[in-house]
Design a protein around this ligand. Structure first.
Ligand SMILES: Cc1cc2nc3c(=O)[nH]c(=O)nc-3n(C[C@H](O)[C@H](O)[C@H](O)COP(=O)(O)OP(=O)(O)OC[C@H]3O[C@@H](n4cnc5c(N)ncnc54)[C@H](O)[C@@H]3O)c2cc1C
Length: 384
């Protein structure tokens, strides 16, 4: 990751650059040499969790409970470098931090925080976030999972589908309908009534675990309710944390594709000259550089808004929508510029391209973020 056409480095602090350098070195040494094999064999590199924990990457923007408390820019650069390796790796870190540790941190009791956050930060426990169901994706309010109050706790029934980390998790943050509306619950995966299974034969994010969490009369104590969770709004707050990281992460995948395409086209000879010498190829490279640079500026401004506590969900929607679209288009162009080789695992562009198709869909599809921005500027919701 080094494309810096607009000298963005001048705007990053020494701490920001140190985090970036550390994660870049980790990805170069521990991820890139083997990622194609893990992707092809649909293997999640579980052995990297302890190293990522040691580097402080899990729940990195939280403070206390062993977390390192990174600022928004350093956190974003960390996500960028991880996704330059693979979107699946960044997904793992996003889910563990933004979708599991953040809700415990924000909506949990002190006892829940003390029990879970240190273990999750150290990678000794793994978590997942269950919002989506087989029949409710973009409209999570349509969920069917219920949590029925009983004398000493709750009984959960339902199925959560397309859940990152499902089968490797110790703890699930489950969103379910109660008589008082949607609430968040902590559900240990070794509890009676919990079953997890992988979704096999994925085309994208193959180095990441995705599965189903089935809850059948699963009884949990009342202490497992996240006491400060209140309606779908709380689940969306978690998603906004994750979308923030994705806005930065996608730039990493885009730059990885751009750099592979640049290198390749400078060396690939056709019609007796490097293909980078053809105007059509340069037009593609110039488009990539322009769009990546714009995305870098969007991400940095988003970090400033977060730091200043002026960030709104529609700011995040714009960044997630734009930056993931940009990254996917860059990956598609790069794949094309590598010709047949772009379809082989020996190069990274095809893998990034497939991953980014999923990144475009999860955490709010491109269309749903269009509607969020549309509502912000018109005041008229157009979701239904
Ligand atoms: C690899 C992967 C990992 C995931 N991990 C998790 C996870 O950890 N936890 C979790 O809870 N979920 C997870 N998801 C689920 C993800 O969040 C959903 O897939 C996403 O919200 C979209 O829902 P859907 O797939 O049901 O698509 P749908 O909602 O059925 O959408 C299908 C199409 O219809 C469009 N559409 C829907 N509504 C509208 C509308 N009102 N106007 C215009 N167009 C519309 C969409 O934009 C899309 O193009 C994951 C998904 C994937 C692929």
């Amino acid at each position: 990751m080094s494309l810096d056409f607009y000298l963005m480095d001048d705007l990053f602090s020494d701490e920001d650059k140190l985090i970036r350098k550390t994660v870049r070195a980790f990805v170069k040494q521990s991820v890139l040499p083997n990622i194609a094999d893990w992707y092809e064999s649909a293997t999640f590199p579980k052995h990297l969790i302890s190293k990522m924990a040691e580097l402080g990457l899990l729940g990195a923007n939280l403070a206390g409970y062993g977390c390192v408390g990174l600022g928004p820019t350093a956190y974003g650069l960390m996500m960028q470098e991880l996704e330059a390796g693979d979107s699946g790796l960044r997904s793992f870190v996003s889910v563990q931090g933004a979708l599991v540790m953040y809700p415990i941190y924000t909506f949990g009791s002190e006892a829940q925080k003390e029990k879970w956050l240190p273990q999750l930060q150290q990678g000794k426990a793994i978590g997942c976030f269950g919002l989506t169901e087989p029949s409710s994706g973009s409209n999570p309010g349509g969920m069917k999972t219920t949590a029925k109050k009983v004398s000493d706790g709750y009984v959960l029934n339902g199925s959560k589908y397309w859940i990152t980390n499902a089968t490797v998790s110790d703890i699930c943050v489950i969103w379910a309908k109660t008589e008082e509306g949607i609430r968040g619950f902590l559900v240990e995966t070794d509890r009676a009534g919990v079953k997890t299974q992988d979704i096999p034969r994925k085309l994208a994010l193959r180095a990441s675990v995705t599965g189903e969490v089935v809850l059948s009369d699963c009884k949990i104590p009342k202490e497992n309710l996240l006491p400060k969770s209140e309606g779908l709004k709380s689940a969306l707050m978690c998603l906004n944390q994750a979308r923030y990281g994705i806005s930065w992460g996608a730039i990493g995948a885009a730059v990885a594709c751009y750099e592979e395409a640049l290198e390749y086209t400078k060396n690939r000879m056709q019609f007796d000259k490097p293909i980078a010498g053809f105007q059509l190829v340069q037009e593609k490279l110039a488009w990539m550089v322009s769009e990546i640079t714009k995305a870098q500026l969007v991400a940095l401004r988003l970090a400033q808004l977060k730091e200043a506590k002026k960030i709104e969900p529609y700011h995040i929607s714009l960044a997630k929508r734009n930056n993931v679209w940009m990254a996917l288009e860059v990956a598609r162009l790069a794949r094309d510029m590598l010709g047949a080789n772009g379809t082989a695992y020996d190069y990274h562009v095809g893998r990034h391209m497939c991953n980014l198709e999923a990144v475009k869909t999860y955490e709010g599809t491109h269309d749903i973020h269009t509607l969020v921005i549309g509502e912000a500027v018109t005041g008229i919701p157009a979701y239904r």
